[in-house]
Design a protein around this ligand. Structure first.
Ligand SMILES: [Mn+2]
Length: 359
């Protein structure tokens, strides 16, 4: 048997003496070193003092460029509850991701002041005052020019977020979901066509003039609820069912998203039930035959270049997945969105300020 030559072996032995970190991209070495110097516990991923993606907790809106926000809202989900635990589960699993994007090499912390704002502490238990409270907070973010990555919590939250962010200019939308969420009086026993719940956020956002339906694409829609979504079709939203998504292919759908949304501001919202329940069991209303987790990531990577001003991830219900894989995949997908927010902000403005942990 031929052995590996001495020449090759001596080369491998020389390489084996160099620490991995030193062989890597110097930008990655630098951010890890800086984080440790500033007191971030990058070696302890269970440190409860660490915010999402190891970002520092920060409440000062004026100082933030990009805020990660937990919205532990659980009001209108009819069954299989636990969305109020979504932000905590995502925060825990997010420690596995970042600080660098594996393909784009984006390091959000080196471009902007990224902070975890923490979870919204609701002052009321009812849905309407909670919607008001979310709106008031996001109006402050919008006024201060902060881009937001919001982790739910039920999908209702996206209505007040859009109401605040779309006030200056109506938003376009990339929406991944099993349900189009443009319903009126969807929940059984609910006679009010304009009630606010997690099946209606986009009906309200369009009605308020903050979401432009002609610049919306909804991907992954499926199940028995098609008759609820006439508002999407009649206002000109592009509804791509999960079946159509796989017939057309991911690249064709991404090209369509670029064409529909164009240059204006765009919001990305993912309801985790848009993703196939095989990958994402931690949801309240699982619908089989959805978009895979991998294809969800391909969509997110494919929409780079659009002007993404905000993003969210809704309906994560950790109790429905004891393995934690759903929260893990959710955290991976949300890091993609954090990098999209970073890339878009960098396109929009040449101002830079780094994240610091030692304040
Ligand atoms: Mn939804």
């Amino acid at each position: 048997m031929a052995k590996i030559s001495e020449e090759r072996l001596s080369k491998y032995r020389e390489l084996a003496d160099i620490p991995s970190m030193q062989m890597q991209d110097t930008a990655v070495c630098e951010i890890f070193r800086r984080m440790e110097d500033e007191g971030a516990k990058v070696r302890d991923m269970r440190d409860k003092n660490m915010g999402m993606y190891m970002a520092p907790f920060q409440k000062n809106i004026e100082e933030l460029d990009i805020a990660c926000v937990g919205i532990p809202m659980e009001n209108s989900i009819p069954l299989r509850l636990s969305t109020s635990k979504g932000p905590a589960a995502l925060r825990e699993w997010s420690q596995w991701y970042g600080p660098v994007h594996e393909i784009w090499k984006t390091i959000p912390f080196e471009s902007f002041n990224v902070g975890d704002y923490g979870d919204i502490e609701f002052e009321h238990k009812d849905i309407l005052p909670r919607v008001e409270q979310i709106y008031a907070l996001y109006a402050e973010f919008s006024k201060a020019g902060v881009n937001t990555l919001s982790i739910g919590g039920e999908h209702t939250m996206t209505y007040p977020i859009m109401k605040a962010l779309g006030e200056i200019e109506p938003l376009g939308m990339i929406h991944i979901d099993a349900h189009a969420d443009t319903g009126g009086g969807v929940i059984p026993g609910d006679e009010d066509v304009l009630s606010i719940n997690d099946a209606s956020p986009f009906r309200h956002a369009v009605r308020d003039g903050v979401l432009d339906p002609e610049r919306c694409i909804q991907i992954g829609i499926r199940g028995r609820g098609e008759h609820f979504w006439d508002f999407s079709h009649q206002t000109g939203m592009r509804v791509v069912t999960a079946t159509e998504f796989y017939d057309l292919g991911v690249d064709a759908v991404i090209a369509e998203a670029h064409r529909i949304i164009g240059d204006g501001p765009c919001y990305i919202t993912i309801d985790n039930d848009g993703i196939d329940p095989v990958d994402m069991p931690a949801t309240g209303l699982p619908e089989p035959f959805g978009v895979s987790a991998l294809d969800t990531r391909r969509i997110l990577r494919g929409v780079k270049g659009l002007d993404i001003i905000g993003a969210d991830f809704a309906e994560l219900s950790p109790d429905n997945d004891p393995t934690g894989q759903s929260a893990n995949i959710s955290a991976a997908l949300c890091f993609e969105m954090l990098c999209l927010l970073t890339e878009s902000r960098a396109e929009r403005s040449s101002e830079r300020r780094k994240t610091h942990w030692n304040k």
